[in-house]
Design a protein around this ligand. Structure first.
Ligand SMILES: [Mg+2]
Length: 288
């Protein structure tokens, strides 16, 4: 195992930022609306209908991964459209959502992100979980904010260290002041209605799980919950940004919060908050 075959976190994050720049430039050249709505006619490994925009974004990210591979890096990639791609090693896994918040991107709504994370460990490509993630980037291409995290070292917004608030804000009734919900299908919102009324003063539906997680990290909201099961590609980078900001994340089981496989199956909802008390409350919101 040579240093060049296993890049350090800074090398990964520099490459991911370059990839995000390329996706940003790609989207800037395609007008929101009809052009961005064009479908390839196929379905991605993640199960969604593939848009030309999603496929092209994935292509420019993989071009960056191929450059790293040519420079000696060895890893496996897991991406929303292509699925698993072998770059020569099973102990490093790069987890990619080329565009989280595709619907926002295609309709011209601001928040949509490139989300890329790296997990390491013996055979992590087969058995990895969220707990194995060591660095990640969420690049919100609406405001062009770059959220990064390195395990054990911290989280940053545009290079400035993030120290999220130690507490959540509560309204006069003791409810969480502002909570982001994802997978905001009205069926799920209805099913979560009583818990939302009990715990939440105001809701925001941003439309991208990675970005809602970063909003918890930045103290912009007091918690987040996907109301339905999320996929690892949506949450792998954002969950590390939250925990490295001092916040808490759970995938289903609060007693074993990061034991969510790094694959393309939707296993459980993701919830995040600033404190254990806040996490217990947002964990009551999903119904899956
Ligand atoms: Mg996507």
């Amino acid at each position: 195992m040579t240093p060049s075959s296993h890049p350090d976190p800074e090398t990964w994050l520099t490459a991911f930022n370059r990839a995000a720049d390329a996706v940003r430039d790609l989207l800037a050249a395609v007008k929101p609306g009809a052009d961005r709505l064009e479908e390839t006619g196929t379905t991605g490994e993640g199960g969604d209908r593939t848009l030309v925009m999603d496929r092209d974004a994935e292509d420019v990210i993989f071009a960056e991964l191929e450059r790293l591979h040519d420079a000696g890096a060895r890893f496996t990639a897991l991406s929303e459209e292509r699925g698993t791609v072998d770059f020569g090693a099973r102990d490093v896994l790069v987890v990619i959502d080329p565009i989280d918040g595709s619907m926002n991107a295609k309709r011209g709504m601001p928040h949509h992100a490139v989300s890329i994370a790296v997990a390491t460990g013996e055979d992590v490509a087969t058995t990895g979980t969220m707990a194995d993630v060591v660095c990640g980037l969420v690049a919100d291409l609406g405001p062009d904010e770059r959220w990064t995290a390195i395990k054990g070292r911290g989280a940053w917004l545009d290079g400035v260290a993030l120290k999220g608030p130690a507490k959540e804000r509560l309204n006069g009734d003791g409810k969480l002041e502002l909570v982001a919900i994802e997978s905001a299908n009205p069926i799920h919102v209805m099913a979560s209605g009583e818990a939302l009324v009990e715990h939440v003063h105001r809701i925001r539906a941003i439309g991208a799980i990675a970005i809602s997680l970063c909003a918890v990290a930045g103290g912009r909201v007091d918690g987040m919950a996907s109301l339905w099961r999320c996929r690892a590609v949506d949450a792998a980078a954002g969950q590390l940004v939250v925990t490295e900001s001092g916040g808490l994340v759970a995938f289903g089981d609060l007693a074993d919060p990061l034991n969510n496989p790094l694959d393309l199956e939707p296993h459980s909802p993701v919830v995040a908050a600033r404190t254990a008390a806040g996490l217990a409350r947002v964990a009551e919101l999903p119904h899956s």
